[in-house]
Design a binder for this molecule. Structure first.
Ligand code: PEP
Length: 253
């Protein structure tokens, strides 16, 4: 059984003081549902203050990216051990906004993935097609290509640790959601790809998330799908009320 996971990616929103306020509010909503893995992914300056707030809670912290270098003269970068030191357990790798605005490419993504795995950070690898690729009937080819380039070289025991987030680029922050059927179809394609390369046992263990305008109103029908094990949520994770509802509904798979 794969445990549902709901991750809130706050992107470049919420200052540390606001982040603390939102987290306090979230913890006051009630107990965090048992049947879901809850993750918050705030901006770097909020990680340490949130680590202090969340020490005794089930909510784990994630980072939005990290360097593939260990340390040194890399201005503006953040290393894996800085993240581990402030209690981070998960790291987003290859989010489409990183690929699009910061030109993160597959060779870099491969190095980041390796660095995360080597240092016990759980990578959430983001893949997904553009609107043009979907309209041209190339969505599957695009996603399979991304998987192939980035994951093919992993050892099976490392593949098991990777979480894959399917995020169609046209659905991120746009209010447009892939239909639950389309999201499930791609999750199936992804699981099938993992099975072909790494075998059935690992394919059944790997968690696949859907991301793209997930909100309290649509999470239930997405989570009902067999191959979708959770959601990566941007906008709707920013408010404590909505995120708490997402955790409650996400756990009812
Ligand atoms: C995301 O940032 O990964 C995302 C899916 O954003 P949103 O939920 O706002 O579409």
């Amino acid at each position: 059984m794969r445990k549902p996971l709901i991750a809130g990616n706050w992107k470049m929103n919420h200052s540390p003081s606001k982040a603390i306020e939102v987290v306090k509010d979230l913890l006051n909503k009630g107990p965090i549902p048992e049947d879901v893995d809850p993750i918050l992914i705030p901006s770097f300056p909020s990680l340490y203050p949130l680590y202090q707030e969340l020490k005794d809670s089930k909510i784990q912290l994630g980072a939005q990216t990290m360097s593939f270098e260990d340390a040194g003269a890399f201005t503006g970068e953040v290393s894996w051990d800085m993240l581990v030191d402030v209690g981070v357990k998960y790291v987003l790798i290859g989010h489409s906004e990183r690929r699009q605005y910061y030109h993160e490419n597959n060779p870099e993504i491969i190095k980041k993935l390796g660095k995360a795995i080597e240092n016990q950070l759980i990578p959430i690898l983001c893949v997904g097609e553009s609107l043009q690729e979907r309209e041209n009937g190339r969505a599957t080819t695009k996603v399979e290509g991304q998987l192939h380039r980035v994951l093919k070289g992993l050892k099976p025991e490392d593949m098991e640790k990777v979480i894959i987030a399917y995020e169609p680029i046209w659905a991120i922050g746009t209010g447009k959601t892939a239909s639950p059927e389309d999201a499930e179809e791609m999750a199936q394609v992804i699981r099938h790809w993992v099975q072909e390369i790494f075998g059935e046992e690992i394919a059944q263990k790997v968690r696949i998330l859907y991301g793209g305008s997930v909100k309290p109103e649509n999470i239930k029908e997405i989570m009902e799908k067999e191959n979708i094990d959770g959601a990566l949520v941007g906008g709707a994770s920013l408010k404590a009320d909505d995120f708490y509802t997402l955790l409650e509904l996400g756990g009812q798979k």
